[in-house]
Design a protein around this ligand. Sequence first.
Ligand code: ADP
Ligand code: MG
Length: 566
Amino acid sequence: DVKKETMGFQTEAKQLLHLMIHSLYSNREIFLRELISNASDAIDKLRFAALSNEALLEGQGDYQVQVDVDKDARTITIADNGIGMNRDEVVEHLGTIAKSGTAAFMESLTGDQQKDSQLIGQFGVGFYSAFIVADRVEVHTRKAGEDADQGVVWESHGESEFSVEPRDKATRGTSIMLFLKDDCEEFADDFRVRSVIKKYSDHISVPVMMLKPAAPVAEDAEEQTEQPPEYEAVNEATALWTRSRTEISDDEYNEFYKHVSHDFDEPLTWSHNKVEGKFDYTSLLYIPKRAPFDMWNRDMARGLKLYVQRTFIMDDAEQFLPLYLRFVKGVVDSNDLPLNVSREILQQDAAVESMRSALTKRVLDMLSKLAKKGGDDYAGFWKEFGQVLKEGPAEDFANKEKIAGLLRFSSTHTDAPEQDQSLEDYVQRMQEDQEKIFYVVAENFNTAKNSPHLEVFRKKGIEVLLLCDRVDDWLMNHLQEFDGKAFQDVARGALDLAADTEEEKAEQEKLQKESEALVERMTKVLEGKVAEVRATARLTDSPACLVVGEFDMGAQMRRIMEAAGQ
Ligand code: ADP
Ligand code: MG
């Protein structure tokens, strides 16, 4: 009994679709990259599943993606023999946008096409990009290992609803047929499609096959027998990271990044390395240009794509990098791990531990290099990911100094909110007898900049770092020194400026004597509210300020704890 069911897209899916169609129209050929990328992912998944269950292959282990065009019918079909989907999976993956944070993403849209197309790229367009060029899409799929009658057809005009119905499918995998819009018939043209595949999918490790151009008909046509159509690979079809660095162009690196990251934009930089020694592995690590919309979401997908001897094992292998480098994308291909490695094994494997520390160093080195290069790249990186990197010193004791060197601050040197001063710069500008790196923490930049604690520093011309990010208290709790110089919160404890002269010390003593009566009175009035009242020469303009004890919680930490009801 044939049962066709019609369902509505989720509201967000509808909006996203609409937006995508309009904002990506000028770059519409990318639909092919997205669909081939999905086909390749599906094949990777089957290859992995077949390691433990060979029956899934149904006796056919040659993996491939096949692209067919039909100029007259104005269609293009992308078919793979990967893992396929059952009915529930089709509905879930192609009918909803399961990604958490979609609603928040939609709210962040501006209505300005230029800006929104940047945003949508960051969200990842994926399967829905088919509707940029097609007014009808038909997906025929059947899960590997199941019977032919478990096949399903999903169909939609991309407006507000889609339908699913059972239909037999003899071969496993997914076939996606696009009925092209009037002005998109170029994608039913063999030559055009080949060039798009070359451009975007050369690095895909499975062959993307297209029909061989027909040979010219021979003179003596009687000799001709009916030949079955012959297909040929259009792409290079070797996993990019296995090739040598010198043979790979920047364009290829860029396209591969888009495939592994699901990002639309190009990466900021990358590092590709083959390591031989105690452990053999290849890594290709990328720093994105922009933070993903869900970077602060605990469930955000993070980690590298893990391969073992060129066989895909899993996405989002988190164990190869620390949390504060969660924005890094890429691939690690190990020769030492077993093919049946699981997440649990990864968590306690010595080889993984050693790779993790090597990969961490690699990322930090890549960032130092980017910082040294000058220009806007590092500033751009810092703007997007600085907040995350600030988690580093607390998480990664071994690389504390290296991370500290990558941090950027605003300071009284510029008095501007841009965080663009390195600790190295600060140390270079330190006064001759200055021993400490001074900083102030406040809830926002202006409060930090106008803090009464800074008055004496400004008077003496001593630079102070101005911290106002949420993580800053946490950061400074874990950052004791840089280049042998201790950090000192100017709002904490007694300040002993090295620059204090004998004269100033005498003045301070005099001041203390003179103020004894006042201090005594204030101590009484404020009893139970403050620990101590002290006369100070620190202030030049303000009559009084609050100081935190040397070992007390920072003012910001206190606010966070209060907010949490502690
Ligand atoms: P993404 O690739 O980022 O997950 P897509 O929108 O491209 O997002 O695809 C959504 C989901 O649909 C995929 O994660 C996958 O589960 C499923 N899917 C898409 N294409 C295929 C395919 N050819 N074979 C099997 N599953 C697919
Ligand atoms: Mg995809």
